[in-house]
Design a protein around this ligand. Structure first.
Ligand code: FAD
Length: 570
């Protein structure tokens, strides 16, 4: 791992190290060099080999449905979750679960047009059709798990219960870090558990990535354990990634920004209410207007949002969360319940910085069977791009993940019945193990926590990730490239928890680079991508996705036009 170029960086005396460690807050400006007292060669690290038909990576609603459906289709299934099922990813936190049912108030055609318009025509219509076909049945199945009664206490525990009930092999607190590809097809994956230095090798005929999306470990949304690992792993073996320029605009509170329950009461303690979702967003989501107002100096923003634009309290409706008093079913007024923040308090940006809007980023589906460009590699939920340029159908993110998970599980089972296990040689396994444990086996290196903090400083400001301009994107990109070259190969982990942080940091760096490059390439404004220097939507050139692939050591971005039949009818 140590190149000639970076050997000098490691040349740090013990006294220098103590000085750096003792600098406290000022250390932000100085490389977080650390030493590893327990460094040992990777060859001495034990390994466990598991063989299965279908490996599901993740433990949210997509993974749970994928595993159940694959198992019901007669194949052996293993789920691996980085955290504990029901407590990790975004799934434990959603509050509305929608489905489509054709009715006199909305026809199938009207729904397709409304969602496509809201998604700025970049949504995958084939997956919208899948959602419309399956969501009612999936909602019924979900409710049959008893989630209705569990909502106020959180429905996460339901997933675990279903996995165990269906006798599915479950491995928790284990991070998958690399996928194996052999003869052009998927062959399995490798990772490690949080508690000890051990490689977990899973030989599988098919892998379903239900690893969710990711962010930059910002406060606000509880998204700290997801870091775009699925995108990163599949990009590294050649899969197509897309949607990185569409940046989520969720907010948080300026006091205790991590107080998710106080700030997001509506999402946490709502009831599941299957029903047709009514669409209101147009081609330019209101969400963006708040960042623009901040940019123009109209601050602060209040939880109540719009109040007539008096200058003292500028207009703008926060995305999600409590937006003020609302009429209740009995004809009265509903206020935020006790323990929930006053709606008159100010809010701040960046609760999900580094994330795209739900389902607007991830693996680009090849065809309509949740498959990627690599045979045997499937994806579902937030790990799969299907949404478009903005969150085009509120409440369909959770149910859409469930629908896609169920389909992906079924398709993966069908695939394994026709494809044999690809062989991974011992030397390939040894090399992979060497790469994964490099931060544990090095003696000196950089703290992943420090690198993440520096990355947050570069990426999180609203004027980088939300309100974009060429010069600022280029400046951020040059900084991210520097972090990638200088620090990413030399991260150090004193224990397996830090090993996880090291891999997460690498993945966040990769995701940031994708976001900046895609943001630069799309020279227009569309959905949740706003370019200050290109404020207009350019349908002539940009009814297209940006496809990101690995080209040797370079990141390649290609424009791919949407099918003619999906273009807006003018
Ligand atoms: C506060 C909040 C409110 C929300 N409100 C709504 C709502 O009202 N309606 C709605 O439709 N949607 C809502 N959403 C979004 C919704 O929760 C998600 O779209 C959905 O849960 C995604 O499900 P998923 O299974 O695809 O991913 P996730 O639930 O994010 O699961 C990803 C899983 O992958 C695991 N994982 C990640 N990387 C690895 C790795 N390397 N190795 C092993 N495992 C890994 C994680 O531990 C996690 O278990 C909300 C989200 C939040 C946070």
């Amino acid at each position: 791992m140590k190149t000639k170029q970076n050997q000098g960086l490691f040349d740090c005396s013990r006294r220098d190290f103590v000085k750096v460690a003792g600098l406290g807050a000022a250390a932000m400006a100085i490389p977080g060099l650390i030493r590893n007292a327990s460094a040992a060669p990777a060859s001495g690290i034990s390994q466990e080999v598991i063989t299965t038909d279908v490996l599901i990576v993740g433990g949210g609603i997509a993974a749970t449905f994928a595993a159940i459906k694959a198992k019901k289709n007669g194949v052996d299934v293993t789920i691996v979750d980085k955290g504990t099922v029901g407590r990790s990813g975004l799934s434990p936190f959603f509050g509305s679960f929608r489905m489509f049912k054709e009715s006199s108030s909305i026809t199938r055609e009207q729904y397709i047009e409304a969602v496509s318009k809201a998604g700025n025509y970049l949504n995958r219509r084939d997956y919208l059709e899948m959602y419309m076909d399956d969501s009612a049945d999936i909602a019924e199945e979900f409710l049959s798990w008893g989630v209705g009664e569990q909502l106020r206490g959180g429905h996460g525990s339901t997933y675990r219960g279903q996995i165990i009930k269906n006798d599915i092999r479950l491995i928790e607190r284990t991070m998958i870090t690399e996928l194996f590809k052999k003869n052009g097809k998927i062959a399995g994956a490798i990772g490690f558990p949080m508690e000890e230095d051990r490689a977990v090798i899973i030989k599988a005929k098919a892998v379903v990535l239900c690893s969710g999306s990711g962010a930059l470990k910002t406060p606000g949304f509880p998204c700290n354990n997801i870091t775009h690992d699925g995108d990163a792993m599949s990009y590294r073996i050649g899969a197509e990634i897309t949607g990185k320029e569409f940046c989520d605009f969720h907010w948080t509170h300026w006091e205790d920004p991590g107080d998710m329950y106080g700030n997001w009461e509506r999402h946490s303690f709502n009831a599941i209410s299957p029903g047709v979702h009514t669409l209101s967003s147009g081609r330019r989501p209101q969400a963006r207007s708040m960042a623009l107002q901040a940019h123009n100096g109209n601050i602060p923003f209040f939880m109540r949002g719009r109040s007539g634009g008096s200058g003292e309290r500028p207009s703008g409706t926060p995305t999600g969360g409590d937006t003020g008093e609302r009429p209740d079913a009995a004809g009265g007024v509903r206020r935020a319940p006790a323990g929930v923040r006053s709606l008159d308090l100010p809010i701040v940006w960046g609760s999900t910085a580094g994330m795209s809007s739900h389902k607007c980023e991830g693996i680009f589906p090849k065809g309509n069977k949740c498959s990627s460009s690599i045979p045997g590699l499937f994806a579902a939920g937030d790990a799969l791009f299907t949404g478009g340029a903005t969150y085009s159908s509120g409440g369909s993110s959770a149910s859409g993940s469930a629908v896609q998970g169920a389909r992906a599980g079924r398709y993966a089972a069908e695939y394994v019945k026709e494809n044999k296990q690809q062989n991974i040689s011992d030397s390939e396994l040894a090399q992979s193990k060497e790469r994964i444990f490099a931060p544990r086996t090095s003696e000196k290196g950089f703290s992943p926590i420090w690198v993440t903090q520096v990355l947050q400083g570069i990426m999180v400001p609203y004027y980088v990730i939300n309100i974009k301009k060429q010069i600022r994107l280029e400046a951020a990109l040059s900084n991210v490239e520097f972090l990638r070259e200088q620090f990413a190969p030399n991260l150090l982990a004193n224990d397996t928890h830090q090993l996880r942080l090291a891999h997460e940091t690498r993945n966040m760096l990769l995701n940031s680079e994708m976001k900046l490059r895609a943001g630069l390439m799309r020279t227009e404004t569309r959905g949740d991508h706003y370019r200050e220097d290109y404020p207009d939507t350019d349908d002539k050139n940009w009814l297209a996705w940006i496809i990101i692939t690995k080209d040797g050591d370079n990141m390649k971005l290609t424009r791919r036009a949407i099918p003619g039949a999906w273009k807006p009818q003018r």
